[in-house]
Design a protein around this ligand. Sequence first.
Ligand code: SF4
Length: 343
Amino acid sequence: MKNLLDFTLEELQSWMKENGESAFRAKQIFSWIYNEVWNYDDMKNIPNSLKHKLKDNFYIGIPKIEEVYESSLDGTKKMLLRFNDGNIIESVIMQYKHGNSICISTQVGCRMGCKFCASTLGGRVRDLTCGEILSQVIIGKKICGDRISNIVLMGSGEPLDNFDNVMKFLKIVNADYGLNIGQRHITLSTCGIVPKIIELADKEMSITLAISLHAFSDEKRKEIMPIANKYSITEILDACRYYIDKTGRRITFEYSLVSGVNDGKEDARSLAKILKGMLCHVNLIPVNEIKENTLKRPSKKVIEEFEEILKSNGIEVTVRREMGADINAACGQLRKSYIESAK
Ligand code: SF4
C-alpha cells in the first residue's frame, strides 16, 4: 500500500492511465483530499470501481492527532501527530494578524546535535516522506479552520538532510492542485549543509533560506553546533551569496542569544562585520531554557544592546517574539516530554 500524499499529480495521472482509468480522476481525488475528505466512500464524483482500486492500492496518510495544546497567552497551537509506525512528531500553528503560519518537522528526531535543541537528544530516528511532511499542513489547516498562509520548515529535523522528500513536498504544497501556497511564503531553515545549500540555489526557487548561524566565529560555533566542524562560516556565507545570486532572495540568519556565550557587545560587532554588505536579515532568538542543559537566556537589556549594535552597523534585525511559551513550543521539547511521560 502506498500513501497517496506521496504522489504528485503527474505521478497519480500516470497510475490512472496504467490502470485503465482517465487521467482527470487524479485531480478530482486530490481536490477531495486537500479539502479534508479522507474517506474514499465520501468522494462523490469518483465511480465505485475506481474507489475499490484506490482502496486496494493506496491509503491517505493523515496522521492521528495525539494531542493539541493551545497557549493561553497567544493562541499558539502545538500538535503532536502519530504516524502509522507509531512515531510521533510535532508541528506548531501560530496565528498572526496577517494569517496563519505553521512550523513543521521534516524528520523524526535529528542527527545534527545542536546543543540548544531538544529534537536532537535522541538522534535521528528516520526521515519523513514528502506526504508525511505535507500531512502536517493539511491537518494544521483543519485544526485552525482556515487557510495556512505561511510555512516554516523549522521543526524537528534538518530539512537539507532529507533533501529529496523536502523538494517534492515544496513542489506539491506550491501546486494549484495541492495547497497552493506560494514559495515566497515558505521558509526553509538549515544548520548550514553547504553542498545542499548550493543544490537548493540551483533549483532557483523563491523560498526564503534561513541559516541557523548562532555564532560569528568557527570556534564559538563549534561549541554549540557540531556541523561547524564540517563547514566553516566562510563557506556558509559563500554558499549564501550564491543563493542570493541565483534567487534574488534575502537570507535570514538565525542567531540564538545565549547568556555569557555569544551575547556580548564584541560578539554583536563581530557578527555585523561578517554580514556587512550582504542582502540579509538577522533574527535574534533569546534561547529557550530547556531542562536538559544549562543554557541561559540573556536579560532584556543585553538583548536590546545587541540589537542596537547590529542596527547601527546597517544590519536589518528583529528579535523573535516568543510564541507558546506556556506549552513547550520550542523545537522538539513537547515531543520529548510527551514520550517520556508515556514511558
Ligand atoms: S536545531 Fe535543527 S538542525 Fe540543529 S539539532 Fe535541532 S532540529 Fe537538528
